[in-house]
Design a protein around this ligand. Structure first.
Ligand code: PGA
Length: 251
């Protein structure tokens, strides 16, 4: 079912004490009425602790920031979807642009990661987004279409219903430059339309599509007021409890 969701993508930040203090402060200050679903995406090593802290909280869950493309086995340093699930996470982020760029994750790997996550009962937050060059050349919709369809459109309807899409224009991530609400809405509507063509309008109407890229308390309400924008994937502003709580009440 389509719902409003805010994800806190902490990236490689915070030590354990700071992570615990941040979650405590957010939980203490949330207004639980009409609250969107909230998902904390800490480093792998804090997943179990943060999941315990959120266990009895309504509509608050934990995601990993990535997962291995492989099943459990001889892959030193990797973290499998099975392990992530067993530590209490309900979601896995796959395909963040920082992983695509810094770790060379291409479509073939992303397909395997999504497959692993779904097979181990993790819902997937799949990220896509165009570069500045693609935007300036006017080919951003083609880029989004191939990122989404090449990685995801071979999944069955029932598998696809466990996927959330996060549109994150690369030029807006951590740069302070946000896509305007209309620029974001255009891409979100486009993503919904290609999903509708492939899986039908029922699935397209029910999928949550989140915006990410320099989202903060001053621009969140305008962005979330757009028809096809169901929430946000928040990086920098999710590290500050006051800013993050303000974003969660921006619907
Ligand atoms: P930002 O990051 O909010 O710091 O731009 C968003 C993200 O990368 O998920």
């Amino acid at each position: 079912m389509r719902k409003n969701i805010i994800v806190a993508n902490w990236k490689m930040n915070l030590n354990l004490d700071n992570a615990i203090a941040l979650v405590r402060s957010i939980l203490d200050n949330l207004s639980f009425e009409n609250q969107p679903e909230i998902i904390f995406a800490p480093s792998f090593v804090y997943i179990q602790k943060i999941a315990q802290m959120c266990r009895d909280k309504k509509n608050i869950f934990v995601a990993s920031q990535d997962c291995s493309a492989n099943d459990d086995g001889a892959f030193t340093g990797e973290v499998s979807a099975n392990m992530i699930r067993s530590c209490g996470a309900k979601y896995a982020i796959v395909g963040h642009s920082e992983r695509r760029m810094n770790f060379n994750e291409m479509t073939n790997i992303l397909r395997l990661k999504v497959k692993q996550a779904l097979a181990k009962s993790l819902n997937v937050i799949f990220c896509c987004g165009e570069s500045l060059e693609e935007r300036e050349k006017g080919i951003y919709l083609n880029s989004i279409k191939s990122q989404v369809s090449d990685a995801l459109f071979h999944f069955s309807e029932s598998e696809f219903s466990h996927i959330i899409i996060a549109y994150e224009p690369i030029w807006a991530i951590g740069t302070g430059k946000t896509a305007s609400a209309l620029q974001a809405q255009e891409v979100h509507a486009f993503i919904r339309s290609i999903i509708s063509e492939k899986y039908g309008s029922n699935i397209a109407d029910n999928i949550s599509i989140l915006y990410g890229g320099s989202c903060n308390p001053s621009n969140a309400s305008k962005i979330f007021s757009q028809k096809d924008i169901d929430g946000g994937l928040i990086g920098g502003a999710s590290l500050n409890a006051t800013d993050f709580v303000a974003i969660t009440s921006s619907f």
